[in-house]
Design a binder for this molecule. Structure first.
Ligand code: GLP
Length: 246
């Protein structure tokens, strides 16, 4: 695992966007795995700017998002579907036929999970997966547990995640209690993984991740068994408030 410590959120976002742009320029028909949450918003903004300047072409790119609340309407501004169109897809020339986001409106979530997993395999797997990290160490919506589901599945959100994500909703009661998420092995099958972390609220969990111990109680630590992971974080996430080293 490599770590890149950036001066601030803005630098972190630029560095991540550059990695995605390099991937697209290297392989225009690549498969990208996208993440949501507040952390990657700056990166998506950078990608939109690069696209406007003619520096990247999304026309042959295929995308798979990590997760989606369940149930949730696509028209709900808090859905990850809405988020992706709002922050990226509406502003670049990605082919809508090549966009994949778990369907939060499906009546058959188990079939949706199976189809999603098969669709990723059918496209040859993910070339570059972007990840954020939950304060409890979740990746996608793979929450801390004694054992972790490997494939795309329906999961219950923990109290910690419901509480952290309630900041986007009118109240905690409006946060959907479940989600559809890629599983840990779905994520680990990606050829390259880029994790973003910003702010001192992520310091504790970044410290755990970098301790190299693998523990399902902190799902992100499973990334330690992958051979090509880069963590791009800002100084606050790496050093914490007190600028002590990890
Ligand atoms: C959500 C998403 C995760 C994301 C996490 C962190 O729970 N399912 O994929 O990494 O939030 O979000 P933030 O970047 O807002 O801290």
């Amino acid at each position: 695992m490599r770590i890149s410590i950036c001066e601030n959120y803005c630098e972190m976002s630029k560095e991540a966007a550059k990695l995605i742009a390099s991937q697209i320029n290297l392989k225009p028909d690549c498969v990208l795995g996208f993440a949501t949450g507040s952390t990657p918003i700056g990166m998506y903004h950078e990608l939109c700017e690069m696209y406007k300047k003619g520096e990247i072409d999304f026309s042959s790119v295929t995308s798979f998002n990590l997760d989606e609340y369940y149930p949730i309407k696509k028209s709900n501004p808090e859905s990850y579907n809405y988020y992706m169109w709002d922050n990226l897809f509406s502003h670049v020339n990605i082919n809508p036929q090549k966009i994949h986001i778990p369907d939060g409106e499906t009546l058959d979530p188990d079939k949706e999970c199976e189809d999603y997993e098969n669709a990723i395999a059918h496209c040859g797997g993910i070339d570059l997966q972007i990840l954020g990290i939950g304060r409890n160490g979740h990746i996608g919506f793979n929450e801390p547990n004694d054992s972790l589901d490997t494939k795309t599945h329906v999961t219950y959100l923990t109290e910690s995640t419901l509480s952290a994500n309630s900041r986007f909703f009118a109240s905690i009661d409006e946060v959907p209690k479940k989600a559809i998420t890629m599983g840990v092995s779905t994520i680990l099958k990606s050829k390259k993984i880029v994790m973003l972390a910003s702010g001192s609220s992520k310091h504790h969990v970044i410290k755990e991740l970098l301790s190299e111990k693998v523990n399902t109680a902190v799902p992100a630590t499973l990334l330690n068994i992958h051979r090509d992971v880069v963590v791009i974080c800002d100084k606050e996430a790496y050093y914490g408030n007190d600028t002590e080293k990890c």
